[in-house]
Write a protein that binds this ligand. Structure first.
Ligand SMILES: Cc1ncc(COP(=O)(O)O)c(C=O)c1O
Length: 391
């Protein structure tokens, strides 16, 4: 690369998913590619009402600059929701961020020097890989097994001097997999033993369709963790409102990095969301999302069983927005995508989720953003494309 751009730009590529989304703009294509919530479930009328009330009552302060830490009322609501789930969180330890994606950028600024070792899951969340890559770290990956990260690999990574471990223990993006109760405890123990910073990203935890809610790793260890949350999947991503719970010393550094980045998250967006939360039952709304996504997931799984050829493995997530499929060894989901787009169906090939270039035979399927009829037809088409690939 010429020296027009900073060196760090040489290590980061445009998000492959955003590139695929361009292909899927064709309305005839049934897309399982994006990671979008179902827009039919956005509470448009309630938000409209909340927005009107904000402008009628606190219009000027809602349009003014405000504090970096975030709206105090909104932080109190976030803390109260944790309390209802049995986790005591001081509202003053909550920093409101511009989407939970911003936390990853702030973590890069606060923790990573060039060459710092960052441990991530394999496969891992693409948005984290992209955000951290700008700080030129060394990624160390640990394989994700059915009940969580491989512990030997994790311990080896910690022993080798990891700066932090970033993970999505609930219904991970991209794999849909979750850590078991036992694995959470084992991971917490290892984090404490090696005193490694843990960045626990949890945008999907509330979208559980089956089974018991499991404790966060954050709550199981003695300290030294960040817990990230988001309103994107339980209210609407357009607000760009997320948050992080952080120990005081880290909190202060995150605030400095956030001030430099954007001064504060949109005051008006926070005010409208707060008003919405004060005047509506968000728990009831989340229950509705869970029910809808649960039935969409069931249809997708049923169709995978019906239409996918033998030898294709599919995860059975208990929540979240994604299924993860593994094709027979030696095949390529990039080749499959070419066939699938001709058959008018799309998905995200797995390789971008692996920093080591593996995962060639894997793919991510989103079920939150299609209705059951389109899921049935899309999975039928995808079954045909996989059949052609394997022949
Ligand atoms: C694991 C994970 N973390 C963070 C984000 C970012 O979400 P937001 O910035 O909308 O809160 C996403 C979005 O898809 C995600 O899947």
């Amino acid at each position: 690369m010429s020296d027009k751009f900073a060196r760090r730009m040489g290590t980061v590529h445009r998000s492959f998913i955003r590139e695929i989304l361009k292909v899927t703009a064709d309305p005839e294509i049934i897309s399982f590619a994006g990671g979008l919530p179902n827009p039919e479930l956005f509470p448009v009328d309630a938000m409209d009402k909340a927005a009107h009330e904000v402008f009628a009552t606190i219009g000027t302060s809602a349009l003014q600059y405000s504090t970096t830490e975030g709206d105090a009322g909104l932080r109190a609501i976030i803390a109260a929701r944790y309390a209802r789930r049995g986790l005591a969180v001081d509202p003053d330890s909550i920093l409101v961020t511009t989407g939970s994606q911003q936390i990853l950028d702030l973590c890069g600024k606060v923790f990573l020097d060039r060459g710092s070792k960052v441990v991530i899951e394999r496969p891992g969340y693409l948005g984290a890989i992209q955000a951290f890559s700008l700080f030129e770290p060394e990624f160390v990956t640990v394989s994700l097994e059915a009940d969580g990260p491989n512990l030997e690999e994790l311990e080896a990574a910690f022993k080798a001097g990891a700066k932090c471990f970033y993970a999505v223990p609930n219904f991970q993006n991209p794999s849909g997999m979750s850590y078991s109760a036992k694995r959470r405890e084992e991971v917490a123990e290892l984090l404490d033993k090696y005193d490694v910073l843990f960045v626990e990203d949890d945008p999907y935890g509330e979208l559980r369709f089956k089974g018991e809610r499991l404790p966060s790793v954050y709550s199981l260890r003695k300290g030294g963790s960040l817990l990230c949350g988001s309103f994107s999947k339980i209210a609407a991503p357009g607000f760009r409102i997320g948050w992080v719970v952080a120990p005081r010393d880290i909190y202060d550094k995150l605030v400095i990095a956030k001030q430099a980045a954007d001064l504060h998250t949109s005051t008006v967006a926070q005010a409208i969301l707060r008003r919405y939360l004060e005047t509506n039952d968000i728990e009831q709304h989340v229950a509705l999302i869970r029910e809808r996504y649960g039935s969409q997931r069931n249809v997708m799984l049923e169709m995978a069983r019906k239409h996918f050829p033998a030898g294709v493995d599919v995860t059975e997530p208990e929540g979240g927005m994604f299924l993860w499929a593994t094709l027979p060894e030696g095949t390529s989901s990039m080749d499959l995508l070419d066939l699938a787009v001709k058959d008018k169906v799309a998905f995200v090939p797995g390789r971008p989720f692996y920093v080591d270039g593996s995962g060639e035979n894997t793919l991510r399927l989103n079920f939150s953003n299609s209705d059951p009829v389109r899921i049935e037809e899309g999975m039928r088409r995808l079954g045909v494309s996989i059949g052609s690939l394997l022949r």
